[in-house]
Design a binder for this molecule. Structure first.
Ligand SMILES: *[C@@H]1O[C@H](CO)[C@@H](O)[C@H](O)[C@H]1NC(C)=O
Ligand SMILES: *[C@@H]1O[C@H](CO)[C@@H](O)[C@H](O)[C@H]1NC(C)=O
Ligand SMILES: *[C@@H]1O[C@H](CO)[C@@H](O)[C@H](O)[C@H]1NC(C)=O
Ligand SMILES: *[C@@H]1O[C@H](CO)[C@@H](O)[C@H](O)[C@H]1NC(C)=O
Length: 241
């Protein structure tokens, strides 16, 4: 049913030079698919097989960007750069990849997701306009894929649904959901920290009682070697914790 619809849309759109595919990008179904500055998309597998010489780009937009974005945009144009987003542009292009990266799944299942927002090093570097930089706010954002053949836009997908990122501050409005879980996480972290501190104290105390610390610790060589062995044993057990 869906391939038929796709074909129909393709046929209708060919006359205008830009194919409008029915595919709608979506978040990957996995834990941690949304963080405070990133989100994980399913790769557009099997979607662009017809365009085997094309480069596939991801467009990330604000609500306004869905209307503003010009499908003739070129990667590298400053007006669609990550560094201007969202203050001075409402959309940017990123994650360009040759079409063969998005071939239909091989039986051995390659990596099939894309993390948007994972590149911090180029976030402020205007000479990397297609930086996959961390998203500046919780959004929401909308995304779509654009296929360029030799710098010419030849196909585009639909826009995704709104993608809202996590806020750093948990809002205690609905008990039993996200805020409850992060509360438990804080408690576990606190308990672990205390345990670690106790272990460290015990470790130091043992070191001292084995004459490794204190004033009289400078010894002839044979004793030093023995002491190193002791250290080694302790270091290993500490590392195992
Ligand atoms: C999109 O960009 C192309 C080339 O940059 C331009 O010719 C066209 O007028 C633009 N379309 C819109 C709707 O702004
Ligand atoms: C947006 O443009 C203004 C004026 O050109 C500039 O001062 C500002 O730094 C720009 N902001 C971003 C995020 O590029
Ligand atoms: C910006 O990116 C360019 C190209 O990757 C690189 O050569 C340059 O060193 C970067 N500049 C900074 C300040 O990181
Ligand atoms: C892609 O570009 C090449 C070279 O310009 C051209 O031969 C080919 O027909 C184009 N493919 C499509 C699907 O537009």
């Amino acid at each position: 049913m869906r391939p038929l619809l796709l074909l129909l849309l393709l046929l209708l759109a060919t006359a205008h030079g830009l194919d409008k595919l029915s595919y709608r990008p979506r978040l990957a179904d996995l834990e941690g698919r949304v963080t405070g500055s990133t989100f994980v998309l399913e790769q557009p597998r099997c979607i662009f097989d017809k365009y085997n010489t094309a480069e596939i780009w991801l467009v990330v937009a604000t609500r306004a960007g869905m209307g503003d974005f010009n499908d003739s945009a070129q990667p590298g144009m400053p007006e669609w750069s990550f560094q201007r987003f969202p203050a001075n542009t409402s959309a940017y292009l990123t994650l360009g990849a040759m079409q063969y990266h998005y071939r239909c799944l091989e039986p051995n299942r390659e990596l099939t997701v894309l993390r948007v927002g994972s590149e911090t090093s180029c976030a402020d570097n205007a000479s990397v306009p297609n930086c996959n930089g961390p998203l500046p706010s919780p959004g929401p954002y909308w995304v779509k894929f654009l296929a360029l053949n030799d710098s010419e836009s030849i196909a585009t997908t639909q826009w995704s649904g709104p993608i809202t990122l996590r806020t750093a501050r948990a809002i205690p409005s609905s008990p039993g959901t996200g805020s409850g879980r992060s509360g438990a996480m804080i408690a576990i972290t606190a308990i672990l920290s205390v345990l670690l501190a106790i272990l460290l104290a015990a470790f130091l105390a043992m070191l001292c009682s084995s004459e490794a610390c204190g004033v009289g610790s400078f010894r002839p060589d044979s004793a030093s070697i023995h002491r190193y062995n002791t250290h080694h044993v302790y270091d290993q057990s500490a590392a195992r914790l």
